[in-house]
Design a protein around this ligand. Structure first.
Ligand code: FAD
Ligand code: FES
Length: 273
């Protein structure tokens, strides 16, 4: 049983939860995730460990409400109990001194790039974070990413804050300015990660994407998270979730993500009643 010790609204529809989980907190590495089940009748969903504090024995998750489980979690308050947290799962990010690293986060992906950006900076990299949101009121963690990196660029689709446009526009501008970039790491909506991969491909810049396929067990047994990378079948929960973005079959991933949409909607409607 895992107790929520702190809850905070980061932006409309996005909540932060700090949860007591001492064993996970002590073993987590950047890029890893947990599989959470709220209660006996709950579904299992994967969520990135956005931060951990081994001294307090807590982990932090940042959750966007998109369907039944994430909306239900949004109703949980400080002091409430989560039945299961399995983790840390997945391969940690490859952290090294690459030179200049650009971290690209879209929406809730901004929380997911935080631990990796922090570790990249500690490893001696010059870290540029590009944070993309639809509009100003959705912006969060600009300050946190600034604390652990060297430069932060915020983009909003409607131009209400920071640079107008998508994260890829900010990345393209860095290329136009002739900046030397050694690694790009992207987390966010699949369309964004695919666009980042297409942008860096002609420059031959190593690009990593953290994938978000549907997952069930999170331990390599059910096959739900199957993705194709470089023509080979991989299970994102145990072989990933990070892969070479230039080798990912993005179209297959997009198709598989919407495969259960009708059932997901039905389950959400039932829960609301
Ligand atoms: P569902 O009813 O399952 O789905 C509702 C809608 O969301 C549907 O339209 C569906 O197509 C879409 N959806 C479902 N699953 C996903 C998915 N995996 N990715 C994108 N869209 C999806 N979300 C966060 O908010 N914060 C995180 O830190 C985070 N980390 C993740 C780490 C990993 C390794 C993976 C695989 C996913 C992560 N996700 C994260 C996505 C999160 O798991 C899903 O949003 C969640 O499972 C949706 O559950 P639900 O019951 O609320 O909605
Ligand atoms: Fe079941 Fe990856 S979630 S194999």
């Amino acid at each position: 049983m895992f107790r929520i010790v702190h809850k905070e609204k980061l932006s409309p529809g996005i909540d932060l939860f700090e949860i007591e989980a001492p064993r996970i907190a002590g073993h987590t590495k950047p890029g890893q995730f947990v599989v959470l089940r709220l209660h006996e009748r709950g579904e299992r969903i994967p969520l990135t460990i956005a931060d951990n504090d081994p001294d307090r024995g807590t982990i932090t998750i940042v959750v966007q409400e998109v369907g039944k489980t994430t909306y239900e979690l949004g109703t949980y308050k400080e002091g409430d109990i989560i039945l299961d947290l399995l983790g840390p799962l997945g391969k940690p990010s490859h952290i090294d001194n690459f030179g200049t690293v650009v971290m690209v986060g879209g929406g809730v992906g901004v929380a997911e790039i935080y631990p990796v950006a922090k570790a990249m900076k500690e490893a001696g990299n010059h870290v540029i974070s590009i944070l993309g949101f639809r509009t100003k009121e959705l912006v969060f963690w600009e300050d946190k990413l600034a604390e652990v990196g060297n430069e932060v660029i915020v983009t909003t689709n409607d131009g209400s804050y920071g640079m107008k446009g998508f994260t890829t526009h900010a990345l393209a501008r860095l290329f136009e300015e002739g900046r030397k970039i050694d690694l790009v790491h992207a987390v966010g909506p699949v369309v964004m990660m695919k666009a980042v991969a297409e942008l860096t491909r002609p420059y031959g810049i190593r690009t990593v994407a953290s994938l978000n396929p549907i997952m069930v067990d999170g331990t390599g047994m059910c096959g739900a998270c199957r993705v194709t990378v470089g023509g080979e079948i991989k299970f994102a929960c145990v072989d990933g979730p990070e892969f070479d973005a230039h080798l990912i079959d993005w179209d297959e991933l997009m198709k598989r993500l919407v495969y259960y949409r009708d059932l997901e909607l039905m389950s959400f409607e039932r829960w609301k009643q």
